[in-house]
Unconditional design. Structure first.
Length: 94
């Protein structure tokens, strides 16, 4: 069992959700984030007043989803920078 403070959990795993979490308590936001990952499995977490307690397997799933999302975003940024660099290089030659 692993525990994370609710505000840190939201800060770290908010990038997984493609939707805006909007207004609500930190507890509701945590449940929304976990709902994205934890759809096919029975609940493997418990919410306390200030902490969320996760099973190790669920934590691994969250980390893998976060890594995949950040990796996709990094590839998009790199592609945009390379395209811009190619365009500016072409403009200097012309």
């Amino acid at each position: 069992m692993l525990f994370i403070i609710n505000s840190y959990f939201i800060f770290r795993y908010d990038c997984i959700s493609s939707l805006s979490l909007g207004a609500g308590t930190s507890r509701e936001k945590c449940v929304k984030i976990l709902g994205i990952i934890n759809t096919a499995f029975p609940p493997r977490y418990q919410l306390g007043k200030t902490k969320i307690f996760l099973c190790e397997n669920l934590h691994q799933l969250l980390e893998e989803a976060r890594f995949a999302k950040l990796n996709r975003l990094a590839v998009v940024i790199q592609a945009k920078v390379r395209a811009l660099d190619g365009q500016t290089g072409f403009a200097k030659v012309s």
